[in-house]
Every structure is written in C-alpha cells, then in structure tokens.
Design a protein around this ligand. Sequence first.
Ligand code: ADP
Ligand code: MG
Length: 690
Amino acid sequence: MMLSLHRNVNEQMQLPITDVKGIGEETASLLHDMGIYNVMNLLEYFPYRYEDYEMKPLTEVKHEERVTVEGQVHSMPVVQFFGKKKSKLTCRVLVDKYLITVTCFNRPYLKTKLTLGETVVVTGKWDQHRQMITASELTIGPYKTQKDIEPIYSVKGKMTVKGMRRFIGLALQQHGGRIEEFLPVAFLSQYKLLSRSEAIYYIHNPKSQAHLKQARRRLVYEEFLLFQLKMQALRKVQRESAIGIAKTIDEDLLRAFVQALPFPLTGAQSRVVSEMMKDLTSPYRMNRLLQGDVGSGKTVVAAIGLYASVLAGYQGALMVPTEILAEQHFESLVSLFEPFNVKVELLTSSVKGARRRDILARLQDGEVNILVGTHALIQDEVNFKRLGFVITDEQHRFGVAQRRVLREKGEHADVLFMTATPIPRTLAITAFGEMDVSIIDEMPAGRKKIETYWAKETMLERVLDFVEKELAKGRQAYVICPLIEESEKLDVQNAIDVHSMLTFHFQNKYNVGLMHGRLSAAEKEEVMKEFSRNEVQLLVSTTVVEVGVNVPNATMMVIYDAERFGLSQLHQLRGRVGRGSEQSYCILLADPKSEVGKERMRIMTETNDGFVLSEKDLELRGPGDFFGSKQSGLPVFKIADMVHDYRALETARADAARLVDEDAFWKEEEYKVLREYLHASGVFQGEKLD
Ligand code: ADP
Ligand code: MG
C-alpha cells in the first residue's frame, strides 16, 4: 500500500476529518471504519467507478449496457404490488422513434406524477431483446447536463455513496485549495499533466470522459512514480550501503570447470554468467533475479556461480521449493562437481538423525562446500561457516520473509533468485523493482518445439492411441490429472481414478506409475526413480510434477482439464517434456466453455515462448492471480492498474531511475517534497517496504 503523502508533505491535510465542517463524530467514526482518518485520506479516497449519464441514441447501446435516454410518456403507468413493500411500475416511453418499455421498482408513487406526453429522463440497463429499460433513475422533466458522470465509491457499514459524495465535496470546498503540488514542474509540462489539486478535484467531479481521463492520467503517473522512486532508491541504497564481499576468483580454474561441461554454454547463458561474475567480484551485494524459461539451462548457470563462490573460499546454498527438485539438483550438482573436489550435500526434512547431525556439523566446519535443500535450509539449526552465495530456484514460491531469512544466514551473502516462470515485465518491475534482472532468452541448440494439440475429452481414445505410438517407440509419457481447485484430496482421487483406468488400458504392455501430493517423500522419490529408470513408462500425476523434474526420455504429455490451469502453469507442466533430442508432444484435453478458455488453449498450441504466454496470462487473468498466491509481493495501487497503465509504469520507472541517479534530485529544492516522501517511506532505514 502507498504511504500517504500527507504525513510529511502537506501538514494541513493531516487535520482530522472532523475539521471538515459538516462532518461530525458519528460520520467520522463511519469514515474511520473505512480507513479514512484525515482530510487527505478523504480526498484520496477515489471512486472505483462512475455512473455515466451522458445521453446516447439507443441504436448505439449494446444489450445489457447502462444507458440514459430522454423520452415522452406514452402509456399510463401500471403498478403491480408484491407483498407490502415491493412493487413494479411499468410504462411505455417514446424515445426518438422507438417505443420502449420502462420498468421501475419500488417507486409506486411515480404513477400519480407521470402524465401522458410528459418528458422524462430514464437511466438503467438496456434489454435489447425486449426493448426495455430497467430504470435505476427516473426523473420528470428534460435532460439536464450537470450530472453527466457520477462517481461511485465503495462504502462500508452505514455509509452511503451519496454520503461519500457529500463529504468529499465538503472537504474539497474547505480544503481543496491547499492541496500542494509535489511533482517537479518540468514533469507536469513535459507530460502535460494536470496539477495535483486539479486532478483530485476532477477525479471526484468529472465533467466528461475526456476530463476524467486527464485526471486519472495524472494520478496514475504520480502513484507509479512514487512507487518506483521507492524501488529505485532502495536499489541504490542496497547497492551502495550493503557491503558485499568482493570475491577473488581464480578465473583459470573457473574456465576449466566451464570447459568440462558436457556442452558449450548458449550465448544467453554466457551473458548471464558474466553478469553474475561481475556481481560476485564487486564489493556490492548481489541482489539479482534470473529469469529463464523451462529448459533454458539455469541449473548450470547456478552451478558455475556456486563453483566461483567455492573458489573464492565461500560456501554456497541452493534452495528449492520441493524435495524432488532438491534431489534432482543435488544429483546434477554432485555429478558436475565430482571431478572438482567440491563437497555437495542435500538437506531436506527427510534427512534425519545421525546423517543430519553429520551434515550440519560439517557445514559448520566448512567441510561442506555447497548445500542443496528445501526450506529446511532456513531453519535455525542450520549454520554455515562462511556462506557467500545463496541461490533460490523458483523463488516466487517462497514468501518475502523466507527469502530474507535465507539471505541473513550469511553475512553480506550474494543472492540470486531464479525463476522459470517468465514474469511479464510490468510485474517484474513492480514486484522485483529493486533487483537487477538477468534473462536467459535463448534455448540450447537442437531443442525442438513441443508440438501441442488441443483435443476434446471425447477424443480420449484417439489420444491414447497416440500415446501408445510414442510408448511403442520406447518413449515415456506423463498424464497430468484434473485439477480441482482448493482440494488436494479431490485432485488425488482424480489421479487415482485416471491411474486405474490407464493401468487397465495398457495392461500387459506398459507400467503405469502414480504420483501425488499425499505420497510420502520416500514414496514420491521411489516413483520418480522408477520413471527416470524407465521401469515405469507412463506417469500419472497431479501437478506436483510441475517443477524441475527432468526425464529426457519422456516425450509425451497429456493434460486433463487443461482449461483449469493458467497459461503459465500449463507452460511449466509442458516443460517436463521436450528435454531430450526427440520430438515431443503435449495434448491438452479441454472443453472450455468461455471464449477466454478457448483463447488460452489456442495460444498454447501456437507458442512455446514462455514470455509470450506470461504476457497473455497476465492479460487474461490480471495481476492479482498471476502468481497464484498471497505472497506475490505485488503492491496494491489506489488508482493505477499495472496491466492497463503499463506505459505509464514504464515511463515512471525510467524517470525514477534517472532521478535517483542525479545529484540534483538529492540537493535541489524542487525535489524536496519527493525526498521527504522517500525518507518517510523507510527506504533509508532498511525498513521492510510494503
Ligand atoms: P531449467 O532452466 O529449466 O532449470 P535445466 O538447467 O534443467 O533447465 O536444463 C535443461 C536441460 O538442458 C538439462 O538437461 C541441461 O543439462 C541441458 N542444458 C543446459 N544448458 C545447455 C546447453 N548450453 N547446451 C545443451 N544443453 C544444455
Ligand atoms: Mg530448473
């Protein structure tokens, strides 16, 4: 949430709301319940939508749209009563050349007031099929222009929208003149923005849509700029004050390691490696986000970084969200590091007793160079001797707090957050705005596009024939089970059902394995091992298989009820295949009802590009749902919308980045208010930002 500016900027505006004449204690307490304590809070309580009373010809109005029309009463109104209080008034009204029906609920007294031929103005929802308006407003007399657009506020308790309009009106009248500008004048003229006081006035009292747009534009820019200033200042502070360790790395040894890899790095991997090296060797502390699509080869980049850190005499940690993923990373790191005399250990909640004690002791002694694990890594008992580099994979699954704890395990440790969920730029610069970002935007050579098809569930037989053909070639397949929201239990049941169906279908030919969240870690591991050794050819699974699992011989994936998954999640799932050199396939079984659902299936069949999909996902689902969890780290904006206002966001970010780098910003009078804002926001105190 944004810090209110009034605290430091506009002292008069801190006046309690009871200082507005016309707001008494009773009203004040209603307003308090809505989080409104002072005059500025009230003025910054923006409408969430508007009622538009601008007249439009009926021919331009769509079915179910709200409309305001003027017409003449053409039939005597009829009133029907339902019980004591409820009634419906119906009459015919001539609007231009059209005779329409107007109904109006619970205002029976209008019957005696309406006379034939009289002019009325009606606002309500247009039913095109029945040529009828269900009126929320019906006034006698010709259309008056003064209330074209009415603000609608969200209210709580006994407060009403009309009340809010009145109280905000009073506050504007009595205190509106004191709203101070705090954007530099140069910005106002460059972007042709309204002043702050104008914008606030017009956002509550727009005279036209164009007008409203101007007011909104100003306030959106302001909100983004303040937010980005905070982010950019934080980034600067972290860079300059958080002393990192300038690691000394023997480049020849590091090069030898890279050359010993089974493949040459892609251009993108090399670029990211050098970005990472620059951070590691610099006295600043690394705070970097690494984005790379599934299969783009992040693990090896992580390994190079960890090795570099070990060469410099520091321990490294790799934290991942699931045990399976931890085990896989562990295995690949062990095989990469074996020839280089680097000691890697695995720590998860399944590692217990003497073994655990042993690992912890050797970690503290510095004998263990690299520790891989789940969130078990951030428990109190885990102590490193000299932790210098921390990497988290799939970091968006960790909460902000967990990330911080991990970082604090080492003194001044460099931190790299890796994610395979390509995060749309608008979200990345909002949720991770204070970080540096590296992107692996290139796939290792020779990767084939995963052919993706969309099939109706009635085509299951044919789909299974297709699967069988692949299995006959010696390949393996995943079958991802229907996802039932909020119910792991039902997901599991589904997986069990599909598993028994397929076991029957492929009996005496292929082995079918089953994987779901209710299995113990050991059971999961066993199933995964059987699958990776090709003892099981077909793996039925819930989405637990989503992250990181690597079985290159699996070339086929069938996803049940694909319409229930978000695009990014489908893409993640699909990334389990296409890991070898053979052509891979993904079949989406789906009968989406909505257009959006169909659109999603189409997009999946058309592109393999995670960034394209993530942008689409954001567009179709909105920012709130994008990360699929509360811990998204996304701020709540009062008026701005990250998706629709992304251009303003980009502009504000660039402006903020430029400002914090300029000496003038930290010295000159015209930026004083913004500086005060930053100070008040806690950026310089190392406070957690919300
Ligand atoms: P992700 O980015 O999804 O974590 P991984 O690191 O698991 O991807 O890499 C996917 C696969 O690609 C692995 O089998 C890995 O060995 C392989 N790989 C990584 N980099 C390259 C490369 N430069 N050339 C060829 N194969 C590579
Ligand atoms: Mg990975």
